[in-house]
Design a protein around this ligand. Structure first.
Ligand SMILES: [Zn+2]
Length: 383
């Protein structure tokens, strides 16, 4: 059993230092954060991925497991996270843990307000985990952590004003301004998927109609393909053939595969959602004026089949076109690990604060001639 694991077991109930997250100080502080490996955890709708990530964004080890069912209590999700961290701590030093969660995280980044795939409702996740893991914990929205990773190590390097758009089943997003994640006053900025683009359009699970993600996402792609197949449209013969007439088997990855092979209907579907993507991006450019849009998520695997039409539509729709610099639209580089890598990297910022406050406390205790046992073993000699 590693020293860390032993400590967690021995002092399970002990209160760890509860930290203020870095908030505004996050800006540029990554440059001075300690170059220690940290653990990043990405909690999605189906999988929980945890990895040890070094200061250059390299994944040293990765483990994954199923996301506990929505019906399970928050404690079960917590247990899952703790188990993953303990597992990794057998082979690595754990200096801090960062969580990227598919849900709304409050502006203090301590509570998950709501997570559609989990039982979290106003859950004080950061403090609960910090108490059990005895290391600093950082909690953020998974789109924010993915955007941070792309800015630090991926397609958005050097672009301090960046907007990330994640096309999965829906649309997620995040805003970086001047190298800092913009979370909004209440922590829930970047929900681009629910901007209305078609008044009275398709119904969205959020309760409204015509949301952007109903026109430019994995769900939109599959819905359109299935509609055409169900109507036995001649353009759909290729895909109907491929699934042996079983329309329920039409998925996003299959449509991508067929589009790559040149299937006319699938190429056209990507042109459609790509065009909607470009229109939405032009709207975001009008509001935020970033220098770079990074497109991530499963749907971005279609590369230029998607991003080509998006660039065209963006150029046709951008306000002030011809008289302003155009933002770049690029595909994300870090793939499905982006959320995990970003969570780990953001956690390094907290690791520094932990180290500093801890060191100050050590000094105070030493001056007063008191015991310094409050400092977890193994941390005293940290650089
Ligand atoms: Zn919606």
């Amino acid at each position: 059993m590693s020293a860390y694991r032993e400590r967690v077991h021995r002092t399970g109930a002990a209160r760890a230092t509860v930290l203020q997250t870095v908030g505004r100080r996050e800006r540029r502080s990554h440059l001075t954060a300690p170059r220690v490996p940290t653990v990043g955890i990405d909690i999605g709708g189906t999988k929980v991925m945890a990895g040890v990530v070094d200061a250059d964004g390299n994944i040293l080890e990765k483990v994954r497991t199923e996301t506990p069912d929505k019906s399970k209590s928050p404690k079960v999700v917590e247990d899952t996270i703790v188990e993953l961290v303990l597992d990794l701590s057998e082979r690595h030093d754990v200096h801090a843990v960062g969580i990227g969660a598919a849900g709304w995280v409050d502006a203090d980044r301590s509570r998950v307000l709501f997570a559609p795939h989990l039982s979290w409702r106003d859950e004080p996740l950061r403090d609960k985990l910090a108490e059990r893991l005895l290391v600093p914990v950082m909690v953020d929205n998974d789109a924010n952590t993915a955007a941070w990773a792309e800015w630090r190590f991926g397609a958005g390097r050097g672009a301090d004003d960046l907007v990330m758009i994640t096309l999965g089943t829906g649309i997620g997003g995040a805003i970086l301004e001047d190298g800092q994640v913009k979370r909004g006053r209440y922590g829930v900025a970047g929900e681009f998927g629910h901007m209305q683009v078609v008044p009275g359009g398709h119904r969205c699970p959020c309760g409204n109609r015509g949301c952007w993600e109903q026109y430019s996402s994995g769900n939109a792609l599959v819905r359109e393909a299935r509609e055409l197949a169900a109507a036995e449209s001649p353009v759909a013969y290729g895909i109907i053939d491929r699934v042996g007439g079983n329309i329920a088997e039409i998925t996003g990855p299959l449509i991508t595969e067929l589009a790559r092979e040149g299937d006319a209907m699938c190429v056209e579907l990507f042109q459609d959602i790509g065009q909607w993507l470009g229109v939405g991006i032009a709207n975001l450019a009008a509001a935020l004026d970033p220098s770079c849009f990074v497109i991530g998520g499963g749907v971005s695997a279609a590369d230029d089949l998607l991003i080509g039409p998006a660039r065209d539509a963006f150029r046709r729709t951008l306000t002030g076109r011809g008289y302003r610099p155009e933002a770049r639209i690029v595909k994300a580089e870090l793939g499905p690990e982006a959320g995990m890598v970003g969570a780990a990297d953001l956690a390094r910022l907290v690791a520094r604060r932990f180290r500093r406050t801890n060191r100050r406390r050590v000094e105070r205790y030493e001056r007063a001639g008191l015991s310094t046992r409050l400092v977890p073993r193994g941390r005293e000699d940290e650089r």
